[in-house]
Design a protein around this ligand. Structure first.
Ligand SMILES: [Zn+2]
Length: 316
């Protein structure tokens, strides 16, 4: 069943369509908070993507729980509502979610493999005429490696999430904190929502990585020296060292975006689905990273590329 994106109360329909015109629709109001259940049903894809990049909770709830839900259809000539089968609709939406996961996974694995391959072979990447059979084999191995890592990461995150949900339920039952009952998010929980939320949260990371490819940081000044912090303002050694971390030659911005910002965004996406304390979602992400890094470590000899670079870019 869909949910209200403001208060997560389950609602049977998000909007009503009148059978005389496909464009004649009316948004449903939530019975609990009295706001529109899901205004995103009227928004275009560009607005959805922008709000997804900006990590807005409402758009996550719309895409995860409400996308593809059946409207209430009213036949005006007979003045009657055409009934829909809720169990069939739920099955169709679950199937659509897994198909979406498959499509998003194939896209991100391909992009991730190409980015890593480009990092490892910058000269061939710039000149496509140097592409040979050996290069294809290396690319295919990186592609398979990325696929196995992605499966390991999502597997680790899913198992950790299920464990966290059990612990969270047990803690709630033991302390009797939640008196108002189970939230709509938890009532409508499906296992497919975990990988889907992680995929949606990676949009923020890919957008920032894309920006970094356009506005690459300058590696040196005009006289050839790298940008460094020269601190006449501070005399404290700790402050100077903290500021030196941001020097162009020491800070790997891609690593920061992939790991730190990617992790924060994934934690945000998981929190929408798991509806638990940020401590638990952070723990889930860390478990996923550990599993993924362990698998990357196992794969590095088989991939047979520069091992340091492979491991440095092993966490998307
Ligand atoms: Zn509501």
């Amino acid at each position: 069943m869909p949910i209200c994106i403001t208060c997560t109360e389950p609602t049977p329909y998000l909007y009503t369509v009148y059978s005389d015109s496909a464009y004649n629709l009316r948004l449903e109001q939530c019975k609990k908070c009295l706001s529109f259940a899901d205004p995103y049903v009227e928004h275009d894809s560009l607005t959805l993507i922008l709000d997804l990049i900006l990590l807005k909770r409402g758009v996550y709830r719309h895409l995860l729980y409400n996308r593809g839900s059946e409207p209430r259809i009213v036949c005006e000539t007979k003045n009657a509502t055409i009934p829909t089968n809720p169990s069939n609709a739920e099955l169709a939406r679950e199937k659509a979610r897994w198909m979406r996961i498959l499509r998003l996974s194939s896209g991100t694995v391909l992009v991730d493999a190409f980015i890593r391959w480009a990092q490892l072979n910058p000269t061939i990447c710039a000149d496509i005429s140097q592409w040979s059979n050996d290069t294809s084999v290396v690319f295919l191995r990186i592609l398979v490696g990325c696929f196995v890592e992605t499966v390991a990461f999502h597997g680790g995150v899913m198992l950790a999430s299920i464990f966290v949900l059990h612990v969270s339920d047990w803690l709630t039952a033991a302390s009797h904190i939640r008196k108002e009952g189970v939230s709509g998010v938890r009532q409508q929980f499906r296992i497919s929502l975990i990988p889907l939320s992680v995929h949606y949260s990676s949009f923020t990371k890919y957008f920032l990585l894309f920006l970094l490819t356009i506005w690459r940081p300058s590696t040196s000044k005009i006289d050839g020296k790298p940008y460094r912090y020269h601190g006449p303002l501070y005399e404290n050694a700790l402050v100077i060292r903290a500021l030196e971390i941001w020097d162009e030659d020491k800070l790997d911005r891609e690593w920061v975006v992939r790991n730190i910002l990617g992790g924060v965004a994934a934690g945000f996406g998981l929190r929408v689905v798991l509806d638990c304390h940020p401590f638990f979602t952070t723990a889930v992400i860390l478990v996923g990273w550990v599993v993924k890094t362990a698998v990357a470590e196992l794969l590095r000899d088989w991939v047979s590329v520069d091992q340091d670079v492979w491991l440095a870019y092993s966490i998307p």
